[in-house]
Design a protein around this ligand. Structure first.
Ligand code: TA6
Length: 317
């Protein structure tokens, strides 16, 4: 039956709940200019962020395993209540391995784009055996009218005793060729080097480039960090709040080969830059709340022609 003209003009839904890979529940966010994002309720995990041309801006492994409780390889895993694979909990904590719920009682006001979803995670009895603290973790994922992606995490201590945690947005950016990527904004800072037993070093004065495995936790970093993809003439801008540290990771060839959910050559097309709170773990007293916010932009950058001064990008408010 022919659709009426008004049906043909129906704008795409700004928030759509559907089934994704392996029937896992996901939410798709869309804005009129054509940007979109996808979030799985499993892990509260952003798996896609596309620009107005439909280009995928986040890296998602072709071998990602959408089978709980294994975390999804790529996108933006939430590392909570522990950033590390050295602690007593599962690697990077359990938040990314759990099913989150849609928050029916969000306290944040609607966004101008109306393209957002509010999720909430509270510990199960099993979780309390692993980490014996009651908390409410509220995550808002929002897509701005200009395609900027904003993740806002609020962790509230609803226990009778204080607790301490570390946190990261373990963000995988899609890049054309890792050897053509520079990270600006972390120059001269101290960092823990995970490839050298987390020893502390000081970064040299130039932008970070990639010629092998990099696994560094930069300390007390600026709230703005840029990732320049030379070949695609694209710059990712990260604005962060409440997240003093930034992890930079690329596994390179040897580690990539050892990962079942990462293609042998996929390391060439990803870089992780992860706003985090690691060096100084966060302690919350009963009823205290912590907030950590990450905003991502993808801007055209003609850096190679010298037109884009990263300092100006870094300094812009
Ligand atoms: O963020 C860097 C890192 O801590 C690396 O050491 C590596 O373990 C990576 O995270 C991936 O961890 P995952 O548990 O997701 O395989």
């Amino acid at each position: 039956m022919a659709s009426s003209s008004s049906e043909l003009r129906t704008p795409p839904l700004s928030v759509e709940h559907t089934k994704g890979v392996n029937g896992l529940e996901k939410v798709t966010l869309r804005v009129p200019r054509g940007f979109s994002a996808e979030i799985y309720l499993f892990g509260g995990h952003v798996t896609s962020w596309k620009n107005d041309h439909g280009d995928e801006l986040l890296f998602l492994s072709n071998k990602a395993i959408f089978k709980p409780p294994k975390p999804i390889r790529g996108g933006i895993p939430i590392c909570f209540p522990q950033f590390s694979n050295l602690g007593t909990l599962e690697a990077h904590g359990f938040a990314r391995n759990r099913f989150w719920k849609v928050d029916t009682n969000p306290s944040l006001a609607p966004t101008s784009s109306n393209a957002y979803v509010d999720l909430v995670l509270t510990p199960s009895e099993e979780d309390m055996k692993l980490w014996s603290y009651s908390f409410e973790f509220r995550l808002r994922v929002a897509l701005g009218l200009d395609g900027n992606l904003v993740l806002t995490s609020r962790v509230r201590n609803i226990d009778a005793k204080p607790f301490t945690f570390t946190f990261a947005y373990h963000t995988y950016f899609s890049v054309s060729d890792i050897s053509e990527v520079r990270v600006e904004g972390l120059e001269t800072l101290d960092f823990f080097d995970n490839t050298k037993n987390r020893e502390r070093f000081t970064e040299q004065g130039d932008a970070i480039v990639f010629e092998g495995e990099v696994d560094k936790i930069y300390l007390t970093t600026p709230n703005k960090v840029c990732i320049l993809d030379h070949e695609r003439k694209r710059t990712f801008v990260i604005n962060k709040e409440g997240l003093p540290d930034a992890v930079v990771w690329n596994p390179w060839d040897k580690k990539a080969k050892a990962m079942v959910d990462l293609g042998d050559d996929e390391y060439k097309h990803m870089v992780c830059v992860e706003p985090a709170a690691i060096e100084k773990p966060i302690t919350l007293k009963p009823n205290e709340e912590w907030k950590g916010r990450m905003e991502l932009f993808a801007v055209p950058s003609s850096y190679c022609s010298g037109q884009l001064d990263p300092k100006k990008v870094l300094m812009s408010s």
